[in-house]
Design a protein around this ligand. Structure first.
Ligand code: ADP
Ligand code: ASP
Ligand code: MG
Length: 469
């Protein structure tokens, strides 16, 4: 039984025209596969709007969320009116849209009255966009004569209670997904599942983190033992650089799981960083394809692309970062400084993006989101209070407005001298490198640069190392 899981992103369901294209793709693949499960995101921009509604309500603004309610209602109503010819389907869906968006308005009203929005309330609010679209796409497929059902992932994906960034409990989820979906799939019914959403064991809605519907598709693929996962988005595949920054970025035909994981982790928005984790064990092939050019081949992502070519394939960037340095001559050879530094960081619930240590052991540097820097420095200073008074540690300080620019490609492991090309490209442009780290998978090299150099660094690496490499 050949099983395919497909996910459609925000632009791919962003209006009536896109929804029509997505539906055609589903109908076409329904003929080619024994079993087909579909995952959907909210319409592009809807999750941002829901968050804005919740935040403004929490800050005492009782107007904005109501305006957002009206905008979202109009946008979804417009799509429904364009897509459905039968009066019955149309009016049923319009009632559904009003009902679900009504929950948004009610929740925001409570947030407004309370004057705060908890992560739990935020998840209830941000799940709304996906819930609406799953119903619209399912009805659209139904209208085309295909057996189809909208399924809320709250029936399928059980997570921990870390709201806004919940982790799936695969032990339970691996049982629930086939229990719920296999009867449908075996009857030729296509489930249209809400991406991004999960549920605690107690039944409270959670979300998997921004961009998390890619991850939903990968989780379902694991639980259904799917043969392939296709991610439908608004670009022709995973590209050599962010096409918004580098207009001549090209589609990469084949990538390994490690390469695409590094790209996603270090800022390529096209795939959620956790997507690879559930599929790597089974070696399920993953494709990234364009809803608006379904005929173009897209990017194929597999365990071990053959042959391994010795190139840098992509360059990515993450912005909004600070580099924290713990330094002091008295640190030399003192055991445990690094461990205590990072446990102080962990105590703040912050994960470190990159670490580099000077070989003399007189300093440790690491990179974190700038929004967390004040609490991190305070936590380290408290942890190292004694060392600071003894002046074993001289200071804990941050360099703000930095970016991590990462070059990705298995060639870093296999081709001597490739690092030199990267540094050469930056040297020609007079760009100063603040710190360096090589990824543990050996297929990425990350550089900390000043934020003002980021755009040029990406262009230079793309031009000199990727296009001419
Ligand atoms: P979706 O809603 O389909 O999940 P996203 O906006 O999350 O779409 O991701 C797709 C977008 O990622 C593209 O439109 C592009 O602007 C951006 N992007 C950033 N880096 C890359 C890259 N290296 N390759 C492809 N797209 C990228
Ligand atoms: N709609 C969610 C978001 O905007 C999930 C996703 O797009 O994958 O983050
Ligand atoms: Mg996305």
């Amino acid at each position: 039984m050949a099983t395919l899981v497909m996910k459609f992103g925000g632009t791919s369901v962003g209006n009536a025209d896109a929804l029509g294209k997505a539906a055609n793709i589903v109908l076409e693949q329904a003929h080619a596969w024994d079993r087909l499960a579909v995952v959907v995101s909210a319409m592009s921009g809807v999750t941002d709007a829901l968050i804005q509604g919740a935040r403004t309500a929490a800050s005492g603004d009782g107007q904005t969320y109501q305006a957002i309610f009206s905008e979202l209602q109009a946008r979804h109503q417009h799509a429904v009116n364009e897509l459905f010819s039968s009066e019955g389907d149309r009016s049923d869906l319009l009632v559904t849209v009003d009902q679900i968006l009504g929950e948004f308005a009610t929740l925001c009203h409570s947030v407004y009255v309370l004057g705060e929005v908890t992560p739990r309330a935020m998840d209830a609010i941000t799940s709304i966009g996906e819930r609406i679209i799953a119903r619209i796409l399912a009805s659209l497929l139904h209208q085309s004569g295909k057996g189809c059902r909208a399924v809320d992932a709250t029936e399928l994906i059980v997570t921990d209670a870390k709201f806004q960034n919940a982790a799936p409990r695969m032990d339970i989820t691996r049982k629930r997904v086939p229990d719920r979906l296999l009867p449908m799939l075996n009857d030729g019914v296509i489930p249209v599942v809400t991406g991004f959403i999960g549920v605690t064991e107690e039944g409270v809605t959670t979300t998997l983190g921004r961009g998390g519907s890619d991850y939903t598709a990968a989780i379902l693929s694991d639980c259904l033992d799917a043969d392939e996962v296709w991610i439908w988005t608004d670009v022709d595949g995973v590209m050599t650089a962010d096409p918004n920054l580098v207009p001549d970025a090209r589609v990469i035909p084949v990538l390994s799981y490690s390469e695409v994981s590094e790209m996603a982790y270090f800022g390529a928005k096209v795939l959620h960083p956790k997507t690879i984790r559930p599929i790597i064990e089974r070696g399920t092939p993953l494709w990234v394809k364009n809803t608006f050019h379904p005929a173009s081949p897209g990017t194929r992502i597999v365990l071990d692309p053959q042959p391994v070519d010795g190139k840098i394939k992509a360059v990515t960037a993450i912005r909004g970062l600070s580099m924290v340095t713990v330094e002091g001559r008295g640190m030399l050879g003192v055991p445990g400084i690094a461990a205590r530094t990072f446990s102080a960081v962990a105590s703040q619930g912050v994960s470190v993006l990159m670490i580099s240590q000077a070989s003399s052991e007189q300093s440790i540097c690491f990179v974190i989101p700038s929004s967390t820097v004040a609490s991190i420095i305070q936590a380290i200073e408290e942890e190292m209070a004694l060392e600071l008074t003894r002046m074993d540690i001289d200071r804990v300080w941050s360099l703000d407005d930095v970016v991590i620019v990462t070059a990705v490609g298995a060639g870093l492991r296999s081709t001597p001298g490739i690092d030199a090309l990267i540094f050469g490209a930056l040297g020609h442009a007079n760009i100063n490198v603040i710190a360096i780290a090589q990824g543990s998978s050996e297929c990425s090299l990350s550089l900390v640069l000043s934020a003002e150099d980021a755009a040029q660094a990406i262009k230079e690496i793309h031009q000199e190392v990727i296009l001419s490499g």
